[in-house]
Design a protein around this ligand. Structure first.
Ligand code: GLC
Length: 797
């Protein structure tokens, strides 16, 4: 396997680690580690933050968003007998280490460094089932003399809402205490920024935070002033310099946590200390965790469990193609990013979140389908509970406080039936339709079927007189925030999307015995399709939208934002355009939007602010939705190309988006090469090709999906698992292991004639299947759950 080495790092041989070889990467290159409740971020420099359940409402440690300095974190300082001071990560001391490696893995990070003859190895991870993080620090004496080291941990308590912009206020509610027997600093807070029934901010922060260690501390401090020193600096704190901590705890401080240890090491001797930082429901639970993770055996067992859980999730579906970059992304990092970063952590460096986006995490949850579809189901049920009885939904909501935002964005509600259909394709589990959930404003429960019908019916009410859907305060593209605030402007993409939903849901209605609705939706779809192909056609492609004024945008009539990507790709995905028109619009996409970094969301970028389009036009040209590659939407171009059977184009676009390929020019791209960026700057930016907004992006789940389902062509349908490759003709073949409805299919695709698509022969367990010539794809037979089958697919003309 290729390691994709650059001057900043490379992948490990199995692709499961990215090994950064210098702390000076062009941006913080981070890991987002979460067990689904507790989580942390850690950068290659050793900075980052921790939270439980919600990274904004329940942040444990302080962190300010500053991607240039990257100097908020949880740190360990080392001080030797000569007074040399350094840290286990590069920050905050930033000494020049003799060697430095940061290995970001799946569920853990290891930072290895050598300074002044001392090697340190800092392993950071979160056990599967406890709200705690573990830092296991191993210190080795590589010098020829006995060394006496003083070690100091340090971070600032946040305990609640972040950023903690009014620290002088919030610090007044934090209480700290030291328990000498437990080697632990405790912290609680007597105020939490969540509204209560009787007004706001009048409740305790309901947890007990702790910082503990396996080794007995020689001293400690919970006071920032005594630790850092007045007007001091965290790169050289007073406490570390003087080897003396203030032992100050109580209520009246600017609360931090620091534990001080001393170790003496003979030449070549090593020792390990396990630190914990956690957020327990009670003091009893805190003591349980403190005691448990004091033992090295327990820590090792917990780490093994983390590896096992991740490997089980990652290995359920794997691919082996001629493209190592695709293999690494599909097998490891896209899944990891989507699960750990987007669905569990819901936070990163470019965006610290914690909320659930109605459409965001629903789309992400498609990633679970081939791995553990029950989790997609749970996500659907969760979102159903955040729908209102009139069918509308929250745009996003905060777990813990259940505060949410309702707005005029028009597409959110339709993602529920969209993901439901995908769930049914995977599982054929129609029983989900009869599961009952309440509404956000009504405790009376209704079936998921009714929830979805209400969403669709509400969407169908919001149409213009001429029969196209209203855009309201934006469609999938949030930045189109002012196009239709007067409820007159229309969205063409939403028209396509609605068409897809109507067709799919009419199938569901049919299977649910609701023939009337099925027929009605089919008719609506038919009419909508006609309207889109007449009213929304701009001559060579579909325009993007109409404003409240009736003026077109995303049209040849405009000078900026002339062509929009989503209005083209979804015409194909939604079955609105026929294949001839489909070819035509994807030719336009290739000609006018695609560049070497992928297809732009629109072009040219808006340079003039248009307050009747929205904040999209206020972004610097080429950034994010304003003429950058918006990776999430760009993945839909891969899908559209594959639907047309254009394997070369589909794969080319996949490769353009693939962060490993972008990362081959790390000083241009700057972002992590192992996770997708939310956006890559387009040609209208001075920094064409610069990636940003990594980790917290809906593109991870979608890139995984389009790679597996549309390029490699292994996808779930109601009838069974379909084989429909759409690959570059140069590929000789590839393999996919896919679990589907409890059956393991080991699929080998051969391409002796070097075609892009078309299944010629299908062999299952040595027997030829589906001998007759049919369409370009084939469905595999269904088998009993628990069985495994060998499939050989031969492509041909
Ligand atoms: C952001 C939003 C997402 C939206 C996208 C495009 O990523 O979280 O919901 O679809 O921007 O504007």
């Amino acid at each position: 396997m290729i390691n994709y080495r650059t001057k900043y790092g490379r992948f490990s041989d199995d692709g499961k680690e990215f090994i950064i070889t210098t702390p000076r990467t062009p941006r913080p290159w981070i890991n987002v580690i979460s067990n689904g409740d507790y989580g942390l971020t850690v950068s290659q420099a050793g900075s980052g933050y921790s939270w439980r359940t919600h990274a904004q409402l329940n942040r444990l440690t302080r962190w300010e968003q500053d991607l240039i300095k990257d100097e908020w974190g949880k740190y360990i300082y080392l001080r030797d007998e000569k007074g040399n001071i350094w840290s286990a990560g590069w920050k905050p001391v930033c000494s020049e280490p003799d060697s430095y490696r940061c290995r970001h893995g799946v569920g853990y990070t290891i930072i290895e460094a050598a300074n002044f003859g001392i090697e340190t190895e800092l392993l950071i991870f979160v056990p599967n089932d406890d709200p705690v993080e573990i830092w296991q620090l191993t210190v080795r004496n590589r010098s020829r003399r006995v060394r006496t080291l003083n070690l100091f941990s340090f971070f600032e308590w946040g305990l609640g809402q972040s950023p903690d912009s009014h620290r002088e206020f919030h610090k007044l509610f934090i209480e700290t205490a030291y328990d000498a027997n437990a080697y632990t600093l405790f912290a609680t807070k007597r105020l939490w920024e969540v509204p209560t029934e009787r007004g706001h901010w009048n409740t305790n922060w309901p947890y007990v935070a702790f910082h503990s260690s396996s080794l007995k501390p020689v001293s400690y401090d919970a006071d920032k002033e005594s630790f850092i020193g007045m007007y001091g600096n965290q790169s050289m704190p007073a406490g570390v310099k003087s080897k003396k901590l203030g032992k100050r705890t109580g209520n009246w401080l600017d609360a931090i946590a620091s534990l001080h240890h001393q170790v003496v090491l003979q030449p070549n001797e090593e020792t390990s200390i396990c630190y914990t930082l956690g957020c327990a429901d009670s003091k009893t639970r805190a003591f349980d965790m403190i005691a448990r993770y004091r033992s090295t055996d327990e820590v090792e067992a917990a780490l093994d469990e983390v590896h096992t859980r991740w490997n089980t999730m990652l290995d359920t579906v794997t691919v082996s193609t001629p493209d190592d970059a695709m293999n690494i992304m599909e097998n490891v990092w896209l899944k990891y990013q989507a699960i750990s970063g987007r669905m569990w952590g819901r936070t990163a460096y470019y965006q610290t979140g914690g909320a659930f986006g109605f459409r965001d995490q629903l789309q992400d949850s498609q990633l679970w389908l081939p791995i553990d579809p029950d989790r997609t189901k749970a996500q659907l049920l969760l979102h159903a509970r955040h729908q209102f009885k009139d069918g509308s939904v929250f745009h996003w909501w905060h777990p813990l406080s259940e505060v949410g935002l309702r707005n005029q964005i028009s597409d959110n509600l339709l993602w529920m039936p969209f993901v439901l259909y995908a769930y049914l394709q995977e599982t054929n589990d129609l029983s989900i339709l009869d599961l009952h959930e309440p509404f956000a404003d009504d405790p009376v429960t209704m079936s998921i079927y009714v929830h979805c019908c209400r969403a669709i019916d509400r969407a169908l009410e919001q149409f213009s007189d001429r029969g196209l859907p209203l855009i309201g305060g934006g469609d999938w593209n949030d930045g189109l925030s002012a196009v239709g605030l007067d409820m007159k402007g229309e969205s063409i993409w939403l028209g396509h999307f609605t068409h897809r939903i109507l067709l799919d849901f009419s199938e569901i209605a049919d299977r649910h015995g609701d023939t009337e609705r099925s027929v009605q939706y089919k008719e609506r779809a038919h009419n909508l399709c006609n309207k889109l192909n007449t009213l929304a056609w701009d001559g060579e492609y579909y325009y993007g939208a109409t404003k409240d004024s009736g003026k077109k945008i995303g049209s040849k009539e405009n000078t900026e934002g002339k062509v929009w990507l989503n209005a083209q790709t979804w015409a194909i995905i939604a079955g609105v355009s026929d294949s001839e028109r489909g070819e035509q619009i994807m030719d336009v996409v290739e000609e006018k939007l695609e560049c070497e970094i992928g297809p732009l969301l629109l072009s040219p970028a808006y340079k003039t602010i248009d307050k009747y389009v929205g904040y999209l036009t206020r972004y610097s040209p080429g950034m994010r939705e304003n003429g950058g590659v918006y990776t999430h939407a760009a993945t839909w171009a891969v899908m559209a190309e594959a639907m047309l059977g254009r394997g070369e184009s589909a794969y080319r676009m996949y490769s353009e988006l693939c962060p490993i390929n972008r990362g081959k020019q790390p000083d241009t791209y700057v972002a992590e090469p192992y996770v997708t960026a939310g956006n890559i700057e387009g040609p209208d930016s001075t920094f064409f090709g610069r990636g940003g907004w990594t980790w917290y992006s809906g593109s991870a789940a979608w890139l995984f999906k389009v790679g597996l389902e549309w390029v490699l062509g292994i996808r779930a349908t109601m009838e069974g698992l379909l084989i429909d490759p759409c690959i570059p003709s140069s590929w000789k073949g590839y393999c996919v292991k896919r679990t589907f409805r409890g059956v393991v299919y080991n699929i080998e695709v051969k391409n002796p004639d070097h075609v892009q698509c078309g299944v010629e022969e299908l062999w299952v367990d040595g027997r030829r299947h589906c001998m007759t010539k049919g369409p370009r794809n084939k469905t595999l037979p269904l088998y009993d759950a628990g069985t495994a089958h060998e499939v050989i697919v031969v492509l041909g003309q």
